[in-house]
Write a protein of this length. Structure first.
Lengths: 225, 225
DNA sequence: TAACGGATTTAGACACAACTAAACTTAGTT
DNA sequence: AACTAAGTTTAGTTGTGTCTAAATCCGTTA
């Protein structure tokens, strides 16, 4: 039986779509993400389209159908819950949990995933700050802004760090900029686009590659839901 | 890449061999255990033999090579550690952990398995009492005897319950005969082969099907290693 | 508008893992 | 010793998922 790889494709299509909500998801981008040739991606697209999990027209990229999105959200849910679990229960460094979760996410019975969720007391996000869909695929997206766009003087809380930027997770952990950390933007250089932040008493100058990969939320806006 | 099914076959060959150390492992027994046709098992045997993981000659069954046994022990280790983990950490009933572990055991990175082992403080056995091979595949087999063969009057400790006997695990749990339980054999009927045991203040009469599926060890033999 | 180049799709191949149906072996019985 | 039944293997098919190489499409640029 069973779709091992199909689910991976669906989840990757979902994530690529989420990253670029404007345009359709191209064959090439999926192939790169999955580490396969474009020909392989095309072949998979045909199978997924046959099963009505995606909409696919030649040379025009793909998009998820209702059914496809449901499956994709299930995978994303498992992935992010497992990441949380690996980090919080097994104390695996957060730089590694994404790769491990990729390996594990297909094989986990729903019951096991649900019990992990209960043990973790229904976490809202994975260790990198991405939201975890609930059992029905529902997803609550908080309002975040890129660190790049934060005006100087504002105190914010790190909410999310892009897990796929090479080397970023280790760097961010070293600087004390993990999700939950309180920081303040002290300067923004409009020429080289560096952002200076104060975190845990130390100042750091962050380049665009970093400030574009970190999302923040307004720190402790007083008594809102 | 990668052997999904091959590892399952190797582990099942290992277990069948362990259950009947006398004779070679037949095509049919593997096929039944794996839930596939004999033709499928034959096809897999050829692949495994090609890769020198088993020794296979037509119509004569199979046996594991050194390399095959090492792989098999790795799978068995993962399987039993995961069972322990599911039971002890996620509190999943022991009737279910075998099936779940079957599903999960391939996908787990070694690092994750090792951390589970550490978290569980290096358990000796799975929840049903089967020994867990160490990281190098080494296995310590304690001296056990079948409950069927225990002479009346002897106090023993339940050590192992066959997880593949339909309905047995639930039954045994209900009666208070789980691994670790202290029991005493009070009678043995040599005609119908029933065994009467006292466990937790209650007496139970056990048929052969049950007494052949439970291993025990001498209770608290005074200060031995 | 015609041509170029990069992205995409087709064509053809291969390995894995399963199936059914037919042929074959082996061991036990007559 | 021949027969038969159970168990095993072969033969041929299917579906997944991957690859390389060759064709094709499409937007941009000459």
């Amino acid at each position: 039986m069973g779709g091992l790889a199909r689910e991976d494709y669906l989840a990757d299509i979902y994530r690529l779509q989420a990253e670029h909500p404007e345009d359709p998801v191209s064959t090439g981008s999926v192939a790169v993400r999955r580490g396969v040739t474009a020909a392989s991606a095309t072949a998979m697209f045909k199978r997924l389209a046959r099963d009505e999990l995606i909409v696919y027209r030649n040379y025009s990229g793909v998009s998820l159908t209702q059914a496809g999105e449901e499956l994709a959200l299930g995978v994303v849910r498992r992935h992010r819950l497992v990441e949380r679990f690996l980090a919080d229960v097994l104390h695996i460094p957060w730089q590694q949990v994404d790769a491990y979760a990729d390996q594990m996410e297909h094989a986990l019975p729903d019951d096991v995933v649900d019990r992990m969720e209960a043990l973790l007391e229904n976490p809202y996000t994975c260790p990198h700050g991405y939201p975890i869909p609930d059992k029905h695929g529902r997803l609550t997206q908080p309002e975040l802004m890129l660190l790049r766009d934060v005006p100087p003087g504002l105190a914010v809380r790190v909410a999310r760090v892009n897990e796929r930027v090479e080397g970023l997770l280790a760097y961010v952990a070293e600087l004390g900029l993990m999700p939950g950390s309180l920081i303040r933007v002290t300067r923004r250089n409009n020429v080289d686009l560096n952002v200076t932040v104060e975190a845990g008493g130390r100042e750091h100058i962050l380049g665009l590659r970093v400030s574009e990969a970190i999302w923040v939320e307004r720190a402790s806006s007083p008594d809102e839901a």
